[in-house]
Design a protein around this ligand. Structure first.
Ligand SMILES: Cc1cc2nc3c(=O)[nH]c(=O)nc-3n(C[C@H](O)[C@H](O)[C@H](O)COP(=O)(O)OP(=O)(O)OC[C@H]3O[C@@H](n4cnc5c(N)ncnc54)[C@H](O)[C@@H]3O)c2cc1C
Ligand code: SF4
Length: 477
């Protein structure tokens, strides 16, 4: 037997020591689970069951929060799971990544009275994680599959929520996506430390087991046309998200090691999923031992700085042109980033990148906040002669996203878009300017939140059902 194999046998042999160690882990897990269980009960029982559930009103899905908190406090988790699933297709994902401080928890009556919110998101995550663990979540079983089929472009939360709602009623569903894995920004945008990838894969595998077909690595507009898809299906949903990064065009922009946020985050997420990533493995997209500067102040910027910290960067700085009060990102994320050692350079704007071949530093200028602009926020105005320089081995641009030019990409100018490039829909039916083609999620709203994408996916499913029924009736008549 070779040395390698001997080692393998040794490691895998059942020994009394190994059994003892495993028992200790099991005992620990049991105590830990019990602790979490008690914590969830304790938090749930803090809900005052107030008459006006502001938490529910401010949750985009209007989740029945007070009722599932009550069920959790009473230990009736199976019922809590069913209730949570009745309004949400991915409650354990929302529980992890919704900005609760701006939604449900921020409006909790107990929070408003100064006693600290009930941790609604954590309880939601706990209920559904337990349901998965106990095997209460089962793939959808279809008795009578319908003849009509729907093609969904985009396997992000909007497309997936719609796919599940339609599948529950027996429609044939195919989801088309240009990435190699389903999940959209859940899989390649949001970092693993906020949303573990096994959680996303558990959901998408459940949808596959429910009979939804996935065609990955297929870009609509390049590998297949919208018209070809329309011929294959009775209705189409466009849920392609927004991916065009906003740019700062300043001198030195063509230097190496200046990356858009999605390139950096996708590489990191792919590594987490076990992929080979050439530009990470050769060090180019790896923050380890480097001075990292992230430009931008939204949640994507926070994900980039916190990912850099986890990659053992030498220093991490975040440059934002407004102040802390005017930052678009979640206050909790900024707080977390600061706790982890990120330095924020407020009221500053990049003016120039410096370096020979690769970027080596940035020239920033100081900003003061002037009169409100069209968005109602104070207008950033440069302060004269206020330039200063900071070191940078990698610069990550996280300035937000715009929609891609879909009419052009799909080679279909019948598809009407707003002047921002988002798809125009009939606000009642969510149908686009093309008959039988619907749209939902970020591609309609602009960059938004997962919980809104799920809401849109559920709403558009209802409109598609009405449409499919109406064309079925016309055929019979
Ligand atoms: C870095 C980052 C962090 C975020 N963090 C949070 C967070 O913590 N909490 C939160 O609530 N929200 C967060 N968001 C926002 C959230 O991820 C999005 O609002 C949400 O994913 C939008 O869902 P969607 O289904 O509309 O689009 P997406 O999730 O973007 O999915 C669109 C899918 O369409 C596919 N696609 C696009 N074009 C084509 C084509 N031509 N052919 C085939 N497929 C195509 C894409 O590959 C993608 O899989 C974050 C966003 C980013 C960028
Ligand atoms: S979906 Fe989001 S906003 Fe709604 S209850 Fe859950 S965490 Fe709160």
């Amino acid at each position: 037997m070779s040395d390698k194999m001997l080692k393998f046998v040794e490691v895998n042999q059942e020994t009394p020591e190994k059994r003892k160690a495993e028992k200790r882990v099991d005992d620990f897990q049991e105590i830990y689970n019990q602790f979490i269980n008690e914590k969830a009960k304790e938090q749930s029982s803090r809900c005052s069951q107030c008459g006006v559930p502001f938490c529910q009103i401010h949750c985009p899905l209007h989740n029945n929060i007070p009722d599932w908190l009550k069920l959790t406090a009473e230990g009736r988790l199976q019922e809590a799971n069913e209730l949570a699933h009745s309004t949400n297709n991915m409650p354990e994902i929302c529980g992890r990544i919704c900005p609760q401080d701006r939604l449900c928890e921020g409006n909790c009556v107990i929070e408003q009275s100064g006693h600290g919110t009930v941790t609604i998101g954590s309880v939601e995550k706990y209920i559904i994680d337990t349901a998965w663990e106990k095997g209460w979540i089962k793939p959808i079983k279809i008795e009578n599959e319908k003849n009509q089929s729907v093609g969904i472009i985009g396997a992000g939360p909007a497309g997936l929520a719609c796919a599940e709602e339609l599948r529950k009623l027996g429609y044939k569903i195919t989801v088309y996506d240009r990435y190699d894995r389903p999940g959209g920004l859940l899989i390649y945008g949001i970092p693993n430390f906020k949303l573990e990838k096994f959680v996303v894969e558990r959901r998408t595998n459940y949808l596959k087991d429910s009979g939804i077909k996935f065609k990955q690595d297929l870009e609509v507009g390049k590998d297949i046309t919208l018209e070809e898809l329309r011929e294959k299906h009775d209705a189409i949903l466009i849920a392609t998200g927004v991916y065009k990064p906003r740019e700062v065009n300043i001198p030195g922009s063509n230097l190496k090691n200046i990356f858009p946020a999605m390139e950096f985050l996708t590489a990191s997420n792919r590594k987490g999923l076990g992929d080979k990533v050439k530009n990470f493995d050769n060090g180019i997209l790896n923050a380890e031992n480097k001075n990292i500067v992230v430009v931008g102040g939204g949640d994507t910027a926070m994900d980039c700085v916190r990912t850099s910290v986890r990659q053992n960067a030498k220093s991490v700085k975040c440059v934002y042109r407004r102040d802390r009060k005017n930052m678009p990102g979640s206050a909790r994320e900024v707080y977390n980033a600061e706790e982890e050692g990120v330095e924020f350079i407020w009221l500053s704007n990049p003016k120039k990148y410096l370096g020979e071949d690769k970027v080596s530093s940035l020239i920033l200028e100081k900003i003061m906040l002037g009169m409100p602009d069209s968005s109602g926020r104070s207008r950033p105005e440069p302060v004269l002669n206020s330039d200063f320089e900071i070191k940078a081995d990698i610069v990550i641009k996280a300035l937000g996203f715009d929609p891609e030019d879909l009419p052009n990409l799909f080679n279909n100018n019948k598809l009407k878009v707003s002047n921002l490039g988002t798809i125009k829909i009939d606000l009642k039916t969510m149908e686009t300017s093309i008959k039988g083609v619907f749209a939902a999620g970020d591609i309609v709203r602009g960059a938004s939140l997962v919980v809104w994408a799920i809401k849109d996916g559920r709403d558009v499913a209802q409109s598609i059902i009405n449409y499919l029924k109406s064309i079925e009736k016309q055929k019979v008549a």
